[in-house]
Ligand binder design. Sequence first.
Ligand SMILES: *[C@@H]1O[C@H](CO)[C@@H](O)[C@H](O)[C@H]1NC(C)=O
Ligand SMILES: *[C@@H]1O[C@H](CO)[C@@H](O)[C@H](O)[C@H]1NC(C)=O
Length: 171
Amino acid sequence: MFTTRCYLPCFVFILWISLGLLHIGAADDDLIVDKPVTENCLECLCEAKSNCNATKICVNGACGIFRITWGYWTEGGSLTLPNDTSLSEEAFTNCVNDPICAAETIQKYMYKYGQDCNGDGRIDCLDFGALHKMGNLRCQDELPYTFGRIFHKCLKRKERDAKSKESSITK
Ligand SMILES: *[C@@H]1O[C@H](CO)[C@@H](O)[C@H](O)[C@H]1NC(C)=O
Ligand SMILES: *[C@@H]1O[C@H](CO)[C@@H](O)[C@H](O)[C@H]1NC(C)=O
């Protein structure tokens, strides 16, 4: 359990640094045009997919904390670790088993395919969840039950956390 707890803050911190998002007063909902997915959203994606379990593992061809498939990785630009080339056989597994490389892949995928899957007039984390789970052609479908339950619960918790942080600042 504590590995998950320890892992998440570190992951988010490294992500901030590496994506250059660490600017003072940044709100979570800041939309960075070519990086549409917020840290909170990334955390809920991995929670729903793998409980953010960082054990390097592939389940039915889907690997890493976000359980990314080869096809998804390709559509997300075939990113590689600095020491790899996209031609190497392990480039896919090495990237998607690396939280940063995997998160960058998601950003690219969502930048490319971002759409209003649920028809609520916005493109937000709910749509990214559907895109991540079902792909760009089927994202209007209903979310599979287990994924949807964990994902929505996580988003609600993030919302609550943000609200209580806000009210503790204004007090
Ligand atoms: C992570 O997944 C591995 C492999 O499925 C499992 O053995 C391990 O117990 C999991 N770790 C946590 C913290 O859930
Ligand atoms: C690149 O680095 C990763 C992790 O540091 C390692 O698992 C992988 O085998 C390396 N790839 C090559 C081609 O050396």
